[in-house]
Design a protein around this ligand. Structure first.
Ligand code: DMJ
Length: 606
């Protein structure tokens, strides 16, 4: 039956199914006939899907075809990017229908920060250098703006960190001590320091919003979404390990551990939590909006930091997720304490999950779930924000597609893992859809409604940071960001006076806004910090007054607590205050000065 049906479809196909709707009117007609005859929408459409997937996979892309697609992606990028610069900069975002700009998530030229590393991905070194220096000159974070702690972290801190780590490849002049110091790193650190007051709660879980000048407002709601609590470890640990200041990693870990302790008896977390009382305010458990990047960061944090604690947390959650929320390789929403289904819907944000599964090696499951999601894409030419699984259709008021990257991101990981050209076909489908539905003379507009292709006057910064980047990387399997030694020797050496760092050798970890982070740089700078710390301990021991030295004989846990307390008291800067670098924490001074302690200078060979 299945093969007969497939043959029938194939024979009747007059052209390849790469149109922006995926299904031609003929296929809708066939589906309709089968629905009427069998009244079994899901199985019939599954048969249709298998036919289409087989058909799509049948096409093998040649290198010239891939290269032509890469060129198309580049021109999409420049169409939007140039229009942002011409019509919207210095605002956060371009408004692609009215051809002007608006501030959305703050007032920090967000699109430019978010797009910076994409310039390097596309090979545009000179523009990367130009923009990096514009940002250093123009971005002011001392502003009276209420900003989302989560968004500022993933887009601003993440974007600047990634640009800092890629500055060497982009041919920028590097200061001594890079990658453990540098102007973009200092900007990222400044931005992150503005977020720290949000973490000063009794639980360690952060508020969702912070004023960049005044800290947390006394009237701020204590209710934060789960992702808003658990999506910091990648950026904050990177900052700590590069700069030698443990504050950032400490607060991110404290928040993660607090969240972990609030899971239900059946091992699930809900959607929104009160960060003061630890009470779950929204109790829907799932893998999509409000939660998604929490799980992503447990896995990627485990990889970036070689951290078993984070991986164990994820595995425990994953067991509960598979047990209670997974049905036919879809993931539903369930009540976090009872496991009963509360919303049988698929959300477009969930489409990152197959990519995450592939990082863990769960390929079979990843492929099946991807196929479910791809069927929705083909039904609409994009992923609606919410899709009702039983009804096989969009959900009221959630019909939009704001040009999100998640399905393309998963396609990139799955293509990397399987080599199956089905994923390239998805990429091409996505490109065609976006061109046909969203392109305006001024950029690319979010789709307000996928049913009639009405547009919204908004182009989110993640379109250039993520959607375009993942699309490009999907069609460039030997790009250095894929790691794996495909790019020559796969590594790139640089380093300050502390020694050479072999960068990029261990691949890259993308934060949830697609900003790549280099585990080798973290290792390299932590090594230098550790060496400096050991040296400092030796020197302090030699010169410390007796009673100070005595306090070191306290048990380790007491010392750790004291130091955590003094750190948490000192981490937030008062308005207008500038950070004084902790003694010997950064290798920015010349080597001999670095060893200047208590008035004595120890030279290289002393
Ligand atoms: C991005 O800002 C990030 O990927 C985030 O984790 C989820 N939402 C958008 C993209 O859809």
């Amino acid at each position: 039956m299945r093969s007969l049906f497939c043959d029938f479809l194939k024979a009747s196909q007059t052209q390849k199914l790469t149109g922006f709707l995926g299904f031609s009117p003929f296929h809708f007609y066939i589906c309709f006939v089968f629905l009427s005859v069998f009244s079994m929408r899901a199985p019939v459409c599954a048969v249709l899907l298998v036919c289409f997937l087989n058909d799509a996979a049948a096409h093998q892309f040649t290198e010239p075809e891939m290269s032509a697609v890469r060129e198309r992606i580049k021109s999409m990028f420049y169409h939007a990017y140039n229009s942002y610069l011409d019509n919207a900069f210095p605002y956060d975002e371009l408004r692609p229908l009215t051809c002007d700009g608006q501030d959305t998530w703050g007032s920090f030229s967000l699109t430019l920060i978010d797009a910076l590393d994409t310039l390097l991905v596309l090979g545009n070194h000179s523009e990367f250098q130009r923009v990096a220096s514009i940002l250093q000159d123009t971005v002011d974070l001392d502003i009276d703006v209420n900003a989302s702690v989560f968004e500022t972290n993933i887009r601003v801190v993440g974007g600047l960190l990634s640009a800092h780590l890629l500055a060497g490849r982009a041919g920028m002049k590097l200061e001594p001590g890079w990658p453990c110091s540098g102007p973009l790193l200092r900007m990222a650190e400044e931005a992150a320091r503005k977020l720290i007051p949000a973490f000063q709660t009794p639980t360690g879980m952060p508020y969702g919003t912070v004023n960049l000048l005044h800290g947390v407002s006394p009237t701020e709601t204590p209710v934060t979404c789960t992702a808003g609590v658990g999506t910091f470890i990648l950026e904050f640990a990177t900052l700590s390990r590069l700069t030698g200041d443990p504050t950032f990693e400490d607060v991110a870990r404290r928040a993660l551990r607090a969240l972990w302790k609030t899971r239900s008896d059946i091992g699930l977390v809900g959607n929104h939590i009160d960060v003061l009382s630890k009470k779950w305010v929204a109790q829907d458990a799932g893998i999509g909006a409000g939660v998604d990047s929490y799980f992503e960061y447990l896995v990627k944090g485990a990889i970036l930091l070689q951290d078993e604690e984070l991986l164990n947390m994820f595995h425990a959650y994953d067991r509960a997720i598979q047990n209670y929320t997974r049905f036919d390789d879809w993931y539903l929403w369930v009540q976090m304490h009872k496991g009963t289904v509360s919303m049988p819907i698929f959300q477009s944000l969930e489409a990152f999950w197959p990519g995450l599964q592939s990082l863990l090696g769960n390929l079979d499951s990843a492929v099946r779930t991807f196929q479910n999601y791809y069927s929705v894409w083909r039904q609409f030419g994009g992923l609606p924000e919410f899709y009702s699984i039983p009804q096989g259709y969009t959900v009221d008021k959630r019909e939009g597609y704001p040009l999100r990257p998640e399905l393309i991101e998963s396609a990139m990981y799955l293509y990397r893992a399987t080599g199956d050209h089905t994923y390239l076909q998805l990429g091409l489908d996505a490109l065609e859809s976006i061109e046909k539905i969203s392109r305006t003379p001024c950029g690319y507009a979010s789709v307000k409604d996928l049913r009639d292709h009405q547009l919204d006057n908004r182009m989110e910064s993640f379109f250039l940071a993520e959607t375009i980047k993942y699309l490009y990387l999907l069609f460039d399997p030997t790009h250095f960001l894929h790691g794996g030694g495909l790019e020559g020797d796969g590594s790139w050496e640089e380093g300050g006076e502390g020694g050479q760092c072999v960068l990029g050798a261990g691949g890259f970890i993308f934060n949830t806004e697609a900003h790549p982070l280099d585990p080798a740089a973290l290792y390299c700078c932590s090594r230098h910090t550790q060496e400096r710390q050991e040296l400092r301990d030796v020197l302090l021991n030699l010169s410390q007054p007796r009673e100070k030295a005595d306090s070191r004989s306290k048990p380790a846990n007491e010392r750790a607590e004291e130091s955590a307390q003094s750190q948490s008291e000192s981490i937030a800067l008062k308005p207008g205050e500038k950070k004084t670098p902790p003694a010997l924490s950064c290798p920015v001074q010349p080597f001999s000065a670095r060893l200047s302690v208590l008035g004595q200078v120890f030279s290289d060979n002393s």
